[in-house]
Unconditional design. Structure first.
Length: 87
């Protein structure tokens, strides 16, 4: 399933207060690897997860990591950045 997201800009919703946006480059049974990623802690802002993601789609991913590994067991959802809708 994840293969179709490889080399795509994605949004990964995590079970914590974090959301991560970036290019999915690799994955295995334990981790996802995103490059040129924005790992964002929603406790740092007053915006909602949905509004933060929509703003990132509109203005671009604000990279704060060259590479990040995310634990797959913390992943709630993954989608292509281009599939995010703001309606």
């Amino acid at each position: 399933m994840l293969e179709e997201y490889r080399d795509q800009k994605v949004v990964v919703d995590l079970s914590s207060t974090f959301v991560c946006l970036g290019k999915l480059t690799r994955f295995d049974e334990h981790f996802l690897e995103l490059k040129n990623a924005d790992l964002h802690d929603l406790r740092d802002t007053e915006t909602t997860r949905e509004n933060y993601i929509a703003a990132s789609v509109a203005t671009g991913v604000k990279r704060n990591r060259k590479k990040v590994l995310l634990r797959r067991d913390q992943m709630v959802a993954i989608s292509r950045l281009e599939d995010v809708v703001d309606e």
